[in-house]
Design a protein around this ligand. Structure first.
Ligand code: PAF
Length: 280
């Protein structure tokens, strides 16, 4: 595995990879902010299987953190992450510093005015602008033909897919299923902040989604009725930020459209803000 810390090193590593393997086979790319867990691992495994080359980036992107969100407290585990990447058959691990990625007075792209400013975008205004800015850079740098994103960040996935479509970018965005622990908690780098009791209470998120599925399966499609019931189940969390049911393009729905809906929840449990969702 080659570790590239600068853009020049990344370009060099891509060149030598292609020369060594005597092929221009497809490049799979998994962008991450590190603190890799089982959820990331499943993205790495899928990308490894589907491509000749695998590039992973670890970059805690400052532009997607808002003022007051603690960028410095974001979990960093570089040494453990390197081992995980090595074991997962990553060819190039790209770990740039901030100065390699940004210059002053940058040209910026922004999230779309509607879809980018509801739910996560409403609670964290500007977050998606920063996320899209860095994902555009990383996709261009990786020269990937396929890039892998988890469905857990459903709105991120929708916006990245829209960016690729709107900017005619030559990369396929592959959505990957949410990975959960044995109790149903969706895996997240932020789960490290949960103590045992909070972990228990955090299960209310996945339970509320299960309850919603049960209702839909028994014929209840009314969005308001389902959301009301979900909020009851979410009693145990410290604060519910939102419960939403939207179509796959993040438009509001009055009735669940089976095969085209996402049920989402965001809530605070202790220190971290957790999100979860279910595609139905
Ligand atoms: O999902 C993430 O970890 C980040 O938003 C991403 C896609 C790596 C961009 O910084």
């Amino acid at each position: 595995m080659i570790i590239a810390k600068t853009i020049a090193e990344l370009q060099e590593a891509k060149k030598s990879l292609r020369q060594a393997q005597g092929t221009r086979g497809s490049i799979g790319f998994v962008p991450t902010m590190g603190a890799l867990h089982q959820g990331h691992l499943s993205l790495l495994q899928q990308a490894r299987k589907e491509n000749a080359h695998l590039i992973v980036s670890i970059f805690v992107n400052p532009t997607q953190f808002l003022e007051g969100e603690d960028l410095d407290a974001y979990p960093r585990r570089d040494e453990a992450d390197k081992k995980i990447c090595e074991r997962s058959g990553v060819d190039i691990l790209f770990m740039p510093d901030i100065d390699s990625m940004y210059e002053k007075d940058e040209l910026c792209i922004g999230a779309p005015a509607l879809r980018g400013y509801v739910l996560e975008g409403e609670k964290r205004p500007g977050h998606f602008d920063g996320m899209l800015q860095v994902v555009m850079k990383l996709l261009n740098l990786s020269s990937a033909s396929k890039a892998y994103f988890g469905k857990k960040d459903a709105q991120q996935l929708a916006l990245v897919s829209q960016m690729v479509k709107n900017y005619f970018m030559d990369v396929e965005i592959i959505p990957c299923d949410i990975v959960r622990d044995e109790n149903g908690l969706a895996l997240s780098s932020r789960n490290v902040y949960l103590d045992a009791q909070q972990k228990q209470r955090a299960l209310a998120l996945s339970r509320s989604l299960k309850q919603a599925t049960k209702m839909v399966m028994s014929g209840e499609l009314n969005v308001e009725t389902i959301k009301k019931e979900m909020r009851h189940v979410l009693d145990e969390v410290d604060e519910v930020e939102y419960v939403a049911i939207v179509d796959r393009a993040f438009n509001d729905l009055k009735e669940v459209e089976i095969g085209n809906s996402i049920i989402l929840v965001a809530a605070w449990v202790g220190k971290p803000r957790l999100i979860d969702n279910l595609w139905i």
